[in-house]
Ligand binder design. Structure first.
Ligand code: HEM
Length: 405
């Protein structure tokens, strides 16, 4: 007689764990899942039954697999996000939410604009403005909110440079961007802030077309992209490049200030900023998850993912996987070779702005700690307001102080 089939005990699908035990560690349940069931059934708030992937190998595998789509109209989200409306297809140009071949065409047009010359000029600009913002902080004196004085303005300036936002238009542009991403926005508030920003983006595109300059948007007006596509691409760059880099700078500073032994490593070797940045990208996990939806039935890690099912990929869990980072993966260790982390994603959608983001961080952290050797938190670590409810994790503000004089 055939051996009785021993199915794993039927465990009901869980909801995505979101409660972080510390400001820097991912939800504790994820480590258990990664060990026992790296692809596990997941219950989505809209009633969908999909999957949650927590191991480095499987997250990487799904991101590289063309059978899994990034199209926004197919996906279910594992948590209810503030301001979230119904699932809709990507607007023209927003290739983050498209699959090849549509994705490929846009992506090539943009990578073509990241020329060596432009990158070099942007790097010089970033290094200079980093110094300028530190000057301003010093003039103002302690205490300061590091998000407001440092972590937010530098990435904002980079986006303005890419889009060719004129100096006298930057304040309005950034105020509109802030209104769009304000925590606790209702869906209606998102929509109205969106319309204001959309009008502004169209204005920018028309201005660059009429009077091209040295920026990336001007470069793109020479392609066959329409004004609508260009405005949407500007929007996408803003959405992808602003909160991410800001929160890396701020949460990374918070982590360094609360890990003095590690901060000492950075202070002793500021020239090792490249390695420091990769370890912070691995350790911090500011993007809680990516999602993909199966276009056809696909086997992943021994489970059958059915066509139409959404798979949630936990980047923080993957980046703490002892199978990939064997040496105390839950520790912040700035001497680690953290290459291979998935903080910028993987596959065809891997972060387009990663070189710029790296330049901002490699310039930012060492300069900040060199300028303010006595920099410390101005509140207890437990009082720093965390962005637990946002699509990008980090801090709402980071009160710091230092010895002036
Ligand atoms: C895509 C992370 C900064 C532009 C991505 C993805 C991740 C990511 C994980 C993949 C999304 C997916 O597969 O669904 C980050 C982090 C940043 C950062 C952690 C800061 C430290 C930037 C900046 C820019 C940018 C500064 C622009 C100037 C983009 C774009 C995409 C993308 C356009 C979509 C690429 C595509 O779909 O082909 N980013 N990003 N990012 N990022 Fe970034």
């Amino acid at each position: 007689a055939p051996a009785p089939h021993t199915a794993p005990p039927a465990s009901p699908p869980i909801a995505l764990p979101t409660l972080r035990p510390t400001p820097f560690d991912p939800p504790a349940e994820l480590a258990g899942l990664r060990e026992t069931r790296p692809i596990a059934p997941l219950a989505y708030p809209d009633g969908h039954q999909g999957w949650l992937v927590t191991s480095h190998a499987l997250v990487r595998q799904v991101l590289a697999d063309r059978r899994f789509s990034a199209r926004s109209e197919l996906r279910h989200l594992p948590v209810q996000q503030p301001g979230q409306g119904p699932a809709q297809p990507a607007p023209p140009g927003v290739f983050l939410s498209m699959d090849p071949p549509e994705h490929t065409r846009y992506r090539h047009l943009l990578t073509g604009e990241f020329t060596v010359r432009r990158m070099r000029r942007l790097t010089e600009r970033i290094e200079a403005v980093t110094g300028e913002y530190l000057d301003a902080m010093e003039r103002q004196g302690p205490p300061a909110d590091l998000v407001e004085t440092f972590a937010a303005p530098i990435p904002a300036l980079v986006i303005c440079e890419l889009l060719g936002v004129a100096d006298d238009d930057r304040e309005r542009f950034l105020a509109e961007a802030a209104a769009l991403m304000r925590p606790g926005n209702s869906h209606e508030e998102v929509v109205s802030a969106f319309l204001v920003m959309q009008a502004h983006m169209k204005e920018l595109v028309r201005a660059r077309r009429a009077e091209p300059s040295d920026d990336m948007l001007s470069g793109l007006t020479k392609s066959d992209l329409t004004d609508e596509e260009l405005a949407n691409i500007g929007f996408m760059l803003l959405g992808a490049g602003l909160d991410t880099t800001t929160n890396m700078l701020a949460l990374g500073t918070f982590a360094l200030l609360t890990h003095p032994d590690q901060l000492a490593v950075l202070r002793a070797a500021p020239d090792r900023a490249e390695q420091v940045v990769e370890e912070l990208l691995r350790y911090l996990g500011i993007i809680p998850f990516l999602v993909r939806t199966a276009l056809e039935d696909a086997e992943v890690g021994g489970e059958l993912v059915r066509a139409g099912q959404t798979v949630t990929l936990s980047l923080p869990a993957a980046n703490r996987d002892p199978g990939r980072f064997p040496d105390h993966p839950d520790a912040l260790d700035l001497s680690r070779a953290a290459g291979g982390h998935l903080g910028f994603g993987h596959g065809v959608h891997q972060c387009l702005g990663q070189q710029l983001a790296r330049v901002e961080m490699r310039a930012g952290y060492p300069a900040l700690f060199a300028r303010f050797p006595s920099l410390r938190l101005a509140v207890e670590p437990g009082e720093v307001p965390l962005r637990t409810d946002m699509a990008i994790y980090g801090v709402h503000s980071l009160p710091v102080t230092w010895d002036a004089g």
